[in-house]
Design a protein around this ligand. Sequence first.
Ligand SMILES: Cc1cc2nc3c(=O)[nH]c(=O)nc-3n(C[C@H](O)[C@H](O)[C@H](O)COP(=O)(O)OP(=O)(O)OC[C@H]3O[C@@H](n4cnc5c(N)ncnc54)[C@H](O)[C@@H]3O)c2cc1C
Length: 423
Amino acid sequence: MDKDTTVIIGGGLQGLATAYCLLHKGEKVLLLERNDDVAREASFANAGMITPSHSTPWNSFSDIVQIFSGIGRKDSPMLLNLRYLPSMFFWGLRFLRNSSKSRFLRNSQHSYQLAKYSKQITKETRLKNGLSYDDAQNGTMKIFRDKSKLDQSIEITKKYSDSSIDMKILDQKGVVEVEPALADISDHLAGGILYPEDEIGDAYKFCKELENLIRTQGGRIHVNTEIKKILVYKNSINGLLTDRVEIRAKAIVLAAGSWSREILKQLKLNLPVRPVKGYSLTHQSGGLKNCPEIAILDESTHTAITPLGKRIRVTGVAEFTGLDDDIHIDRVDYLNNMLLSVYPKLYSQLTLAEGKAWCGFRPMSYDGLPYIGETKIKGLYVNVGQGHLGWTKAMGSASLLSDIMLGNKTAINPKPYLANRSL
Ligand SMILES: Cc1cc2nc3c(=O)[nH]c(=O)nc-3n(C[C@H](O)[C@H](O)[C@H](O)COP(=O)(O)OP(=O)(O)OC[C@H]3O[C@@H](n4cnc5c(N)ncnc54)[C@H](O)[C@@H]3O)c2cc1C
């Protein structure tokens, strides 16, 4: 391996986007992924939403209440596994500390700046390369069953975005005008908010498009290659050890999502990122009646229902339960019930047994902001911790990191996300 190549560890959204941005800016790149395909972990079957409109971290007061009231309950959208509590203790304290009104607002503002920038880079990348990934640019809509929650959401969104997010406040009738498939449940709704500037798209298909661009434009991707250790000499990277060979590198970018923490532990670096498990269930919807056209989000339950081409995907659940990748049937039932409660007519036409259940781990920081940039080990960079917004923020995080690495002027202030705030 040439000493002039940047090696990227992890072939999810962050790793692929990083490789693409560096390659595009003239760097030689090699991406290493342990699985036999890229984007088979958190970036595989997520909710597909690119939503600067949803920039708040998951430690609002109501989220905290939901997490604690979910202890021991299998039907709760948020769940904390008590067995996992000891390893989460200090992270949990910081998570709670960042739920104060002032920190929550400040973190939401920073989160929004990155999400907005990222959406712009995603769009530029799509248009420049003619990418297609079941994408749609018809916005997203939040629905509310409780008027006070609707008012709170409007207030916080205005605050963190400085009223720069285009949002249309809708009453029951307005919600149904935007999405006629919601007519059956409109009586139960207090209203909604339409965000016309949000986008959707299949993250896995986007990753495969990036993979293709990287390979055809001279970058290299090796799958079936697990990184065992990052080699360091006198506080600078010296290369890395895979399950097959030792590799030299000009720089290393760690983008291994929820597994990054274990890799950094070997170097005595403590990455404050924890896995938050989520589920999705994807049904074929081609040819069915009453299919929705717009992606909706029920903020109170963190559930999303997204039309992706000829499929409909329902996504949700936040489990603080470590890296347990079992798919629990009660969680699948929960998602089916969410679909039934929102689109009963569509639900009645589905063949439930054919739905594809999936789970993935959102790499979550305690303040809702990712870690981007160089660590205290020279030449070792990270791009990790985008949490529930890792699709939204992927292209922006990667573009920001590539500019930092190359010493370019950055398009947004990198300070709130810099890795050295912790590493
Ligand atoms: C249910 C659910 C719904 C979501 N919905 C949305 C949404 O609508 N919008 C949004 O913006 N975000 C969403 N997200 C979040 C988003 O999917 C994640 O933040 C994002 O996929 C994380 O990308 P990543 O590249 O950091 O991690 P991953 O996709 O997990 O990639 C990490 C990669 O590193 C590899 N790896 C790990 N260890 C090693 C090693 N030792 N050697 C080599 N390779 C290694 C893994 O195999 C993996 O491929 C959702 C997440 C979930 C779980």
